[in-house]
Design a protein around this ligand. Structure first.
Ligand code: HGY
Ligand code: MN
Ligand code: MN
Length: 423
């Protein structure tokens, strides 16, 4: 690693401490579509505001900042030589509705804090560093998830252009409205041969680090998720006139399906969630003719997940037979379970050890992350930070400042270790 006096007249780079990292997550929380809650979706004005604020923090850390062809914000800190490969760091800036303020943004702010430390001491590494603030990890606007990181991984699917949001705006039109050119999406893809790897820091979104008194943890794998839109169709009718035994009530069928899904997930060691449901025609005095609901199924292995999905399908067909309903299935997302790169895991382990934990907890992530999309073409590893009560996807999401301070130290050491190993 070389030291390099900052050019005369260049602004002095100031390191960023845990309090500043948390303060920046608070600033990002103000960029929301819905006053009173954190709600920031892909390619929206609040996404643009988050990108702009993040670009400012990237530049203050000695990086150049740009918006890439998929709407991700990218900060670059050059390496010791112009032909140095690039180490990617990052996480996402979008949120679920009524989100917490750390799921995603904390990882981006930690990465910027690490670069600010390097720049403050004029240190250049054998790798360039790029910090990525991905625009669409949650997938809440268009249904497909990980769009920003999939563009960077080079796995963009042109069928996504027809995806539309709740207002009928297509992804294609949303790109134009955000100032992006859909025809250039391929330029967001990185050449894996020029990339040293990808490291992501993220809150655990589970209870185990806090329960074992640890600040940081290692990710052993990311569970693969499959998501569906399921539609049960019966027959709408008069809430008074139709005898109970003659009804084909789609919502009653969906209610049985939700409980079957919960039971099968518990029996088969998976996680399965019905997060959304819509009923047609949706009147108090009309028997529901149609119930449309989401299903998210995950497990440690794709085999176990797919076995659970098969069992759920069988239960749904039985309900349809019993209640004279019809079932339609649309798969809206599928991502395989992903394993990290052992060399980068060793670098993260070294980083956590530098922060004082020589025997870090190793955890399966049942939450999805951008790393699973990046992992299609680029080696990756992740570091978890404890979050209070494991709470996430909820405004009560919280972290301890001391854990964030440990995370900055650990992530900096992990970056240095990854750079050294790559060299
Ligand atoms: O759904 C997930 O696991 C992630 O938070 N998008
Ligand atoms: Mn996340
Ligand atoms: Mn999330």
């Amino acid at each position: 690693m070389t030291g390099e006096a900052p050019a005369t007249g260049a602004p002095r780079i100031v390191p960023v401490d845990a309090a500043a990292v948390l303060g920046r997550c608070d600033v990002l929380a103000t960029f929301t579509a819905t006053p009173g809650m954190i709600d920031r979706a892909y390619l929206t004005p609040e996404h643009a505001a988050a990108n702009a604020a993040t670009a400012g923090w990237m530049e203050a850390a000695g990086m150049t900042a740009r918006t890439d062809e998929a709407g991700n914000i990218v900060g670059r800190y050059a390496g010791a030589t112009p032909d140095a490969p690039t180490l990617l760091l990052g996480s996402h800036l979008d949120t679920v509705p009524d989100a917490g303020r750390y799921d995603g943004p904390l990882g981006v702010m930690l990465a910027i804090a690490v670069v600010a430390r390097l720049a403050a001491r004029g240190e250049r590494l054998p790798v360039a560093i790029e910090v990525l603030g991905f625009g669409d990890e949650e997938g809440t606007r268009f249904g497909a998830t990980l769009l920003g990181s999939r563009a960077v991984a080079g796995t963009w699917d042109p069928r996504w252009w027809e995806l539309a949001d709740a207002d009928g705006v297509s992804l294609f039109d949303a790109f134009h409205a955000f100032g992006l050119d859909p025809s250039r999406i391929g330029d967001a893809a990185r050449d894996p041969g020029r990339i040293a790897g990808y490291l992501e820091a993220h809150i655990e979104q589970g209870p185990y680090l806090e329960e074992t008194g640890r600040a940081l943890g290692l990710v052993s794998a990311i569970a693969g998720a499959r998501r569906f839109e399921l539609t049960l169709t019966g027959k709408a009718g008069h809430a008074g006139g139709v005898p109970m035994e003659r009804r084909r009530d789609a919502l009653a069928g969906a209610a049985r399906a939700v409980l079957d899904i919960e039971r099968l997930a518990l029996e088969l060691g998976c996680v399965a969630t019905v997060g959304m449901i819509d009923v047609e025609p949706g009147a108090a005095n009309v028997i529901p003719g149609e119930a449309r609901f989401s299903l998210d199924v995950r497990a440690e292995t794709d085999e176990r997940r797919d076995g659970c999905w098969l069992a759920i399908q069988n239960a749904l067909q039985e309900t349809c037979r019993d209640r004279r309903l019809a079932l339609a299935i649309e798969e809206t997302h599928s991502a395989p379970a992903e394993q990290p790169d052992p060399r980068l895991v060793a670098a993260v382990r070294e980083g956590i050890s530098a922060a004082g934990d020589d025997d870090p907890l190793v955890l399966l992530s049942k939450a999805g992350h951008d790393a699973m999309a990046i992992g299609a073409t680029i080696p990756w590893a992740m570091m978890f930070i404890a979050c209070e009560g494991g709470v996430s996807h909820h405004p009560d999401e919280a972290v301890l400042e001391q854990d964030v301070a440990a995370a900055i130290d650990a992530f900096e050491a992990a970056v240095l270790a990854a750079a050294r190993r790559h060299a």
